[in-house]
Design a protein around this ligand. Structure first.
Ligand code: SF4
Length: 374
């Protein structure tokens, strides 16, 4: 909080002074945080609503009919999102991931994608624009998303068996319709397509091999995510985590695998290739193999708060600057100020503690994943 007051005070001071003091002028170009991690990825949550109630993200007992979702007026408009994205791109962001809640619930999302697709990095490269979705609306929207400039898509799918799938997402939605969405995305040329399966021991881990068998030779990259203690509502327990090593062991027993290099620095998934050439799988191991060391991701919540970690409890209100009539230079100074003071490494800290113990916090609750988009 103090930081924010200092920040706003700095900006207000700067706004009143025609000549912006040098130390307040945003360092142009690339930024590094206190652990020398650059700012490369921006995850933008475009809605806090979802039509699924996945138990590890939006448990229905909390996100029920009385839950107060954000009013439309507090959401960033597409123009505001684009303006902020430009500021982040000038500081080194090359990849944009649109998330939610369920991003395809945000009306006319294609319009935002078109606006973002026009942006370029300082080196003149187009941005890498992707989206994470539960694919419930993908079959209908795939062509329009592609035409607007979306390059690829990640689909959350926690099993092929309808009963298991329902146990994970708590709504009556058939797996067949998710598969139709994936097919539609493939047909229109959104590629590569990645599938994210959150593995909860005792709930859907029996689906690991059926999923692997199904997506082998499909060109789709299947990734298994360790169940995480995100937010403050999913009732996380360590004994429901199946370590990625065990996931790989299970698959390797049937289909031999070899580990391969990451595609780029900061990639969250550890990549494994089928020795018989049937494609690759990945594991995202925030609990047992933390990857904070090269975490280059910032998150923008639906109402314009900048978060520095998936497990953060506080965000920095950039919307106040957007709607407070501050210039892009001021907002850029704010982003630089925030990122350069970043030291988050929650998963690393958690890994150093006994199971079921969480790293010390300032007592406030961790932000919900559905609010800042995974
Ligand atoms: S725990 Fe936070 S710092 Fe670590 S990888 Fe995840 S988002 Fe990044």
């Amino acid at each position: 909080m103090l930081d924010k007051i200092i920040l706003l005070a700095d900006i207000r001071y700067a706004a009143k002074t025609p000549h912006i003091p040098a130390q307040l002028m945003a360092p142009t170009g690339l930024l590094s945080d206190t652990l020398a991690r650059p700012l490369r990825d921006l995850r933008i949550s475009v809605t806090d609503r979802c039509n699924f109630r996945c138990s590890y993200c939006m448990p229905s007992e909390v996100f029920n009919k009385d839950y107060a979702f954000l009013p439309q007026t507090s959401l960033l408009s597409f123009e505001e999102i684009t303006r902020l994205t430009k500021v982040f791109v000038a500081h080194g962001v090359e990849k944009i991931r649109l998330t939610g809640g369920e991003p395809l619930l945000r009306k006319n999302l294609e319009v935002l994608i078109e606006m973002l697709a026009k942006l370029q990095t300082p080196a003149g490269k187009p941005l890498d624009i992707t989206l994470t979705t539960n694919a419930s609306l993908l079959a209908r929207k795939a062509q329009a998303l592609k035409d607007a400039g979306l390059q690829r898509v990640t689909v959350s799918l926690d099993g092929l068996d309808d009963a298991t799938f329902r146990r994970m997402n708590d709504v009556d939605f058939p797996v067949a319709d998710v598969l139709k969405g994936i097919e539609a995305a493939q047909k229109v040329g959104l590629a590569p397509i990645k599938i994210n399966m959150v593995v909860k021991r005792g709930t859907n881990d029996a689906e690991i091999l059926p999923m692997a068998r199904h997506f082998r030779n499909s060109g789709v990259v299947l990734r298994f995510i360790e169940y995480m203690d995100v937010g403050a509502t999913n009732g996380w327990r360590m004994d429901e985590v199946l370590a990625s090593k065990q996931v790989i062991d299970r698959i390797n027993a049937e289909f031999p695998l070899s580990v391969i290099d990451p595609n780029y620095l900061g990639e969250t998934a550890e990549r494994w290739r089928y020795d018989d050439g049937a494609g690759e799988v990945g594991v995202i191991s925030s609990v047992t193999r933390a990857f904070c060391g090269d975490c280059n991701r910032a998150r923008l919540s639906t109402e314009g708060k900048m978060f520095l970690c998936l497990f953060a409890s506080q965000g920095h209100d950039l919307r106040a600057l957007l709607r407070g009539d501050y210039s892009d230079a001021h907002i850029s100074a704010a982003v630089a100020h925030i990122w350069q003071r970043r030291s988050d490494r929650y998963s690393e800290l958690r890994a150093s503690l006994p199971p079921d113990e969480s790293p010390p916090s300032d007592g406030s609750k961790r932000v919900e994943m559905s609010y800042i988009g995974g």
